[in-house]
Design a protein around this ligand. Sequence first.
Ligand SMILES: Cc1ncc(COP(=O)(O)O)c(C=O)c1O
Length: 398
Amino acid sequence: MTTALSEALRLTDRINRIEPSATMAVVAEADKLRAQGIDVVDFGAGEPHFSTPQHIKDAAIAAIQSNFTKYTAVPGTAELRDAIVHRHAIDFDSDYRREEAIAATGGKNALFNAIQVLVDHGDEVILPVPYWVSFKDIVRYAGGECVLLHTEEAEGFRVTAESVSRLITSRTKAIILNSPSNPSGAVMSPGDLAEIVRLASERGIWVLSDECYVYLNYAGKNFSVGSLREFKERIVVLGSLSKTYAMTGWRLGYALGPSGVIAAMAKLQSQSTSNPTSIVQKAAVAALKGPQECVEKMRREYIELRDHVVKGLRAIPGVTCTMPQGAFYAYPNISAFHGRNGIKSASDIAGKLLREAHVATVPGEGFGTRDHIRVSYATTKAELDRGLERMRKFFAAL
Ligand SMILES: Cc1ncc(COP(=O)(O)O)c(C=O)c1O
């Protein structure tokens, strides 16, 4: 929106502080091309191509049939909060209680509420680069300021306690971690995570750990900072069923943290979205308490798709790509093409790639880097091949 138009509408300062999500913008542009009948290969969307497992769908249908269609408690039913706690305890050896868990309308909603209750005007929040698009804008909406922590691609975008400590000031309120990472696929080692949590705890800083890809880890054992019991008074874990169980459209996320923070989040939720959809809560209980083989099956398929796409990207002259260790994104470096044909940035490349080769990707600027594009490989091998072939031709002609 132009400044003149937003002034005419007299919108608030806080809405003018944020940008629309860069990933959503790509989805919208790709949709526009599709509406014109153009065949777009979509590497832009950040969502599983798998269908939601049948037993989860059945639980939702049963919820409708049994008229479980009324308001529930704002932070979710006791059954769901217990299921969140139970799943986390089994998988990560954590010791959360029901009062330390809240269900929300998607992981993004949980993250938004956590930041609104913890970050005040003028607070600083340390944010490693590359970052997921929404972190920066949600912090800004709360009136906070992001302090960017630059990382090295050659070191796998590693974040260490030492690099965090250099950015801590008297105004630092929190650090946001996201392992496995969207967009880079980097996975932080349990050792690095534990050291950062220890540092944050010593310095009185919150750790907001976005673990929505925690089950899509190809590097080692799944690890949640929520397992670091001695530091749990400084940790808020943000989780989501979206990626783990292929449930992006259902909108069910959660937070685990100190009961005072969770109660504050419930207060905010009570004045905004209220409870997550009742039917979805029943489906979520089935997901969390039911068989987990579906999660492992999807994980194994993602590994194959990752190997396939990275091999294809690396075969394109001029493109380099670090091996992502988790999530379902590759983050190829396309800086060799800067300066060719008037191209200055990743946005120029992603825009041209979409308009001319009809392949949707997300430019790195949305994630804080200008040398990369994000390629989501949550699609079929055949679709990856179609897109890679178009990319090969596109980059060869640049
Ligand atoms: C890092 C990260 N956090 C949170 C989310 C939010 O997921 P949802 O709101 O669907 O649970 C996403 C979705 O793409 C994500 O990539």
